[in-house]
Design a protein around this ligand. Structure first.
Ligand code: PMP
Length: 393
């Protein structure tokens, strides 16, 4: 066959895509092994039946044709209302593009603000797809290192150095994989740096309904930032609608206008019945969101309890999202070696920190996505395993 493009063949960079433990766990499961998967960010509940009924009624009512590309007006209005209520920044339909999930929104946002070859900053550790997203858009990822001892928050001096010559900065709060929720000080440092450098800020806020400590702050609400921020949203996490592929970008009207052109030529919008279901879900209000988030809050308390009983594994305080990040350097192992050994010894699959960037080396990310009892037992086993390894080291 003729050669494939460099853009596509170099999507994963030099290394692996970081999903080996996940795929190995899946293969073991398929072969009949009893494997507990604490790997991906997928709820253990399904989309609420009321949302599915709205989807069904919409489809049966005929909303199965091409939907208008920017998104149906009622949904754009509802997203605008939600973002305005959350941030205090006036937001209208013209500031909103509906996308097939947050993932497509991340790609479109980088396409909108990076020229080919531009440097796009990513805070490390990062959601595993970020470098590939940047490369798909023809830009070059550059990492902003953070420290476990600083709760994995980006630090001003590091940002200042890294941002030289960069076109954009991608942040994520509440954070996957670390559970960090960016405080005002951090957001204010970020706002200063991107303003001085005249950069775009892409703010991934797909976990905005999963906050365990404090409140969600969007950088779009910081003074002067609405003009240089693209907010990424999604109903995957907030409404357990991962498979429905529905999200959005909120940003300055001119940016959204050009993003609509991109959508016209790439995705051509999102199915009308999915949008109607999303509208129903948003209008269902905060009770439904709280119901979807509740298991993670409960399991976070379980994790705190289990981890309090030992001193080999250190938890990075999870203030939001559906994960706990564990520092396992006390075992003398890398996150990768630990995750593989834990899977072999006990059939428990967690993600190596290294899958999320160099800053998370020596850590593992545990998704709180199995029922409470199994979660508690798995975490207790993980801690005993770590203690055994630490003793042997
Ligand atoms: N951003 C983050 C931080 C995520 O964790 C995910 C999914 N795990 C996404 C974006 C993409 O989500 P979706 O495309 O399902 O909206």
């Amino acid at each position: 066959m003729p050669e494939l493009s460099q853009r596509i063949t170099t999507l994963n960079g030099d290394g692996s895509d970081g999903w080996e433990v996940f795929y190995r766990a899946r293969a073991m499961k398929e072969a009949g092994a009893d494997v507990i998967e604490l790997t991906i960010g997928e709820h253990d509940i399904r989309t609420d039946p009321a949302i599915l009924r709205a989807m069904h009624e919409s489809a049966m009512g005929g909303h199965t044709g091409y939907a208008i590309v920017p998104g149906i007006s009622a949904l754009r209005d509802e997203v605008a209302k939600r973002i305005e209520a959350q941030s205090g920044v006036p937001t209208r339909r013209e500031n909103v593009l509906i996308t097939p999930g947050g993932q497509a929104a991340l790609f479109a946002a980088h396409m909108a603000v990076c020229n080919p070859g531009d440097v796009a900053l990513i805070v490390d550790p990062y959601y595993a797809t970020y470098p590939g997203v940047v490369r798909s858009a023809g830009a070059v990822p550059r990492m902003v290192a953070t420290r476990s001892s600083h709760g994995f928050l980006p630090e001003r001096n590091v940002l200042e150095t890294a941002s030289e010559g960069a076109a954009s900065l991608l942040i994520n709060t509440p954070n996957n994989p670390t559970g960090a929720v960016y405080p005002r000080d951090t957001l204010s440092d970020i706002a200063d740096v991107v303003t001085v450098r005249d950069m775009w800020l892409i703010s991934d806020e797909v976990y905005d309904t999963q906050i365990w400590d404090g409140a969600h702050l969007s950088p779009r609400a910081m003074p002067g930032m609405a003009d240089r921020t693209l907010v990424i949203g999604s109903m995957s996490k907030s409404h357990a609608m991962t498979g429905s592929r529905i999200g959005w970008i909120v940003g300055p009207e001119d940016a959204i206008t050009t993003l609509v052109d991109l959508a016209t030529n790439t995705t051509y919008g999102v199915p009308g019945y999915i949008q109607d279901a999303a509208l129903f879900g948003l209008r269902a209000g905060p009770e439904l969101e709280a119901k979807v988030a509740a298991p993670f809050l409960r399991r976070r308390a379980i994790a705190e309890r289990v981890l309090a009983g030992q001193n080999v594994v250190r938890a990075i305080p999870a203030q939001g999202a559906m994960y706990v990040m564990l520092d396992i350097r006390g075992t003398g192992m890398s996150g990768d070696a630990f995750a593989n050994a834990l899977l072999d010894a006990h059939g428990i699959a967690v993600m190596p920190g290294e899958s999320f960037g160099a800053s998370a080396a020596g850590h593992v990310r545990v998704a709180m996505t199995v029922d409470d009892d199994r979660f508690e037992a798995a975490l207790a086993t993980l801690c005993r395993f770590a203690a055994g390894r630490a003793e042997a080291a």
